[in-house]
Design a protein around this ligand. Sequence first.
Ligand code: NI
Length: 137
Amino acid sequence: MKATISRKGHFSAAHRLYNHHWDYKKNIEIFGKCAYLNYHGHNYEYIVSITGKIDPTTGFVLSLQKLKNILYDEIEELFDHKNINLDIKEFYSINPTAENIVIFIWNKINKRISSNLDLKITLYETVNNFVEYDGKK
Ligand code: NI
């Protein structure tokens, strides 16, 4: 029998969206307020969903305590109260859009769980705007 377990997490972080090949005017045209020079913050929320077989010895797909620790180590420690553009080296050259952040989070968590498990991440940048990634190209 398969089931899906999910856990929510959150972090607050700053970012700025821009393409340094474009001038400021073009950046504002494409990214709006998100391109303002001095960064802005979001209260990001995310949902990690893991689907897999229920282990008959534990009754778990994956221990939620273990998942909680993975999210703390891999995501919250890295992102919370940080400037994503300046503090996380992978985003020195990648625009920290919700799309790019959700893929980054997926890769971090996927490395820590069994390859038999299917992972999906939903990342909320605002209450109304969210993006999903499940590892498929
Ligand atoms: Ni933003």
